[in-house]
Design a protein around this ligand. Sequence first.
Ligand code: SAH
Length: 358
Amino acid sequence: MPGTAAQDSGDGAGQRIHLLDLDVDQLRTWLVEQGQQGFRAKQIWNWIYQRRASTFAEMTDLPKKLREQLEQHFVIFRASEVEAVCSSDGTDKLLVRLFDGGEVECVLLRDGIRRSICVSSQVGCAMGCVFCASGLDGVDRNLTRGEILEQMLRLQSRLDEDERLSHIVMMGMGEPLANLDRVLPALDEARSPEGLGISPRRITISTVGLPPAIDRLSKHGVPYNLAVSLHAPNNELRTQLVPVNKRIGIKAVLDAADRYFEANGRRLTFEYVLLGGLNDSDDCAHQLLGILRRRNVMLNVIPYNPVAGLPYVTPSSKAIADFKDILVSGGVNVMFRQRKGSEIDAACGQLRRNRQSV
Ligand code: SAH
């Protein structure tokens, strides 16, 4: 019931604790401190993560007094849903308003038997990629563990009873590697059997490429898929499109990605947003081939999804096909992201932006 959380945010969200910020052991400790039985923690977790409850009132096998006690101390959904846009290809996009008024987007994509979700990690983004709607106004703040999980649960609740979430991509608004302290605990819950139970092999973290944070992820040792947003095959062009590249450089990004591959054995993905007349030339394709040929990678080429007010253009179908052919004939595994959800502004940050501009 989204309304409950919205009320809570109105009258001082600080009063009640966002339950999704806690792990099951922390809830167990709280229960025992209250004189309750510890096993109730798993029961509550089962209600929230498997049975998709968003209120304590639904948890009918808990004693009424305990439900009231929980209601007084905790809130399950702390944000509210401002808008849900559903596209005919099975893509649902939610605009979620946080307790402090910040807004983030998340998306559910239905594809065959896959039920994938794309989740945000920050309000806005500090990376400043020139073609991306999320970072046009910079970053406001990091999302909490609970706010990241709430997006997942809100999207899960849109599924039919017999459907299950299968994949998670941290590819919404924000730079997940700039918020690892909250992203990793949220993903711990996403993959825990008591949480969403999704294998890390079906979870992808997408990054602009921050080497120290990639190394931290390598040491963390959980085999998540890593996707690196490359977007250009040389430093001059990359710095133009991805300004943080100026102080990092492509080599450092590639070296960190290689170390991740060595540590986890997961095939790397490189993302490349194709911008007409900017990074889609034969020369760019050949340079990119030089970088990727020796690596065990998947290249995900994403034709630019237009953002209102930005001067970039989506390349013609021929330019896209030519770019692809050069890489494929050079032996690179190339995937072209289907433009699922483009009719509902499903690219990063666009729904929020378009609402702000009306
Ligand atoms: N900060 C992370 C994750 C968020 S962006 C990262 O940089 O990877 C997720 C992906 O969406 C990135 O590859 C990004 O380049 C891409 N993207 C952003 N704006 C886009 C647009 N207008 N059209 C197509 N892809 C876009």
